[in-house]
Design a protein around this ligand. Sequence first.
Ligand code: PMP
Ligand code: GLN
Length: 378
Amino acid sequence: LKTKLPKVGTTIFTTMSALAQQTGALNLSQGFPDFEAPQALREALGRHAMAGNNQYAPMAGLLRLREAVASSVLLHRGVAVDPETEISIVPGATEGIFCCVQALVRPGDEVIMFDPAYDSYEPAVDLAGGRAIRLPLPAPEFQIDWDRFEQALSNKTRLVMINSPHNPCGTNLEPEALQRLAEFAERYDFYVCSDEVYEHLVFDGSHRSVLQVPGLRERSFAHFSFGKTFSVTGWKTGYCIAPADLTAELRKVHQYVAFVAVTPVQHALADFMEAEPNYAFQLADEYRHRRDVFLNALKGSRFTWTPSQGSFFQLLDYSAITDEPDTILCQRWTKEYGVASIPLTPFYETPPKSSYLRFCFAKTDSVLQEAAKRLCAI
Ligand code: PMP
Ligand code: GLN
């Protein structure tokens, strides 16, 4: 078989979660909370399933959920978006990002993304027949090198993919980055795919969205995930916000990839967002606490780190301990010390010599403390 995705194998998240399960290790690898979503949200799902809200929703999503999203965007970002023409509910941000790339990228188009990059971006570009140009975010700041960026731009540049807060680095784009991107976007006429699924998990200041930036608002698709905000990653539901003309293109693809997101889940999210419009404001404090529990318990270990600025991921630098490759080391330490993590090299086209492992701190305090205790023994 001449495969269309020759470079793709099983994702590192599947591999490491499976190893954690086999070995009984604490699973700080794949990103998901080990605590429950709010009870009212879970009850609402049961209620809607029992009430018979189990058939197809409208293709773009339930209007009441899109209206709740529009209120939340106004509340958090001060931006008015039209729920009818600018918001689409999708079965996970992964699907939204995939549809956005398929809608825009034509054979031969170039798509700029930054390494380390979330694993679903490049395969989406490859399947569209585009060419991914992967530019490094140099460690340890992991910020865009604007000279290299400018050199990579050409009349073939169709799309630039950004992610802030960043998975796997736990960094946020520096405040002036979006402004610079807007200037380049106008000059070179490209679109922007902005992955903001960790928008509410920002530990200093607040998240800045492409939706808030004139020059980007008109040419961007912003992607979000209810899974992260409401601790329901398994519900696989998210949304994409883009201007009406771009949304129309996204929906053309979405209607043939998934067609709709799950109906009772959408009702449950709408109920919860209507009843608790301020829910997301507490998340930054809760997750900062989790990060600090983990890092405080790691004092005295041989790891070094810069505290995560956003997302629910913390990088630990192990260069003072060993120079083993990260992909081998994370498997060995999962088996020997009972803590599973994610190596960074799978997120790169050309991996630098990396000495980081990524740990998910969306975990209860006792799990974080026990994991840190085991890591201190290394
Ligand atoms: N982008 C990033 C950076 C992520 O970490 C995730 C998390 N899984 C996604 C997109 C996908 O989100 P979803 O589960 O809603 O598809
Ligand atoms: N986004 C999650 C992570 O980074 C994983 C989602 C998945 O397994 N595809 O860990």
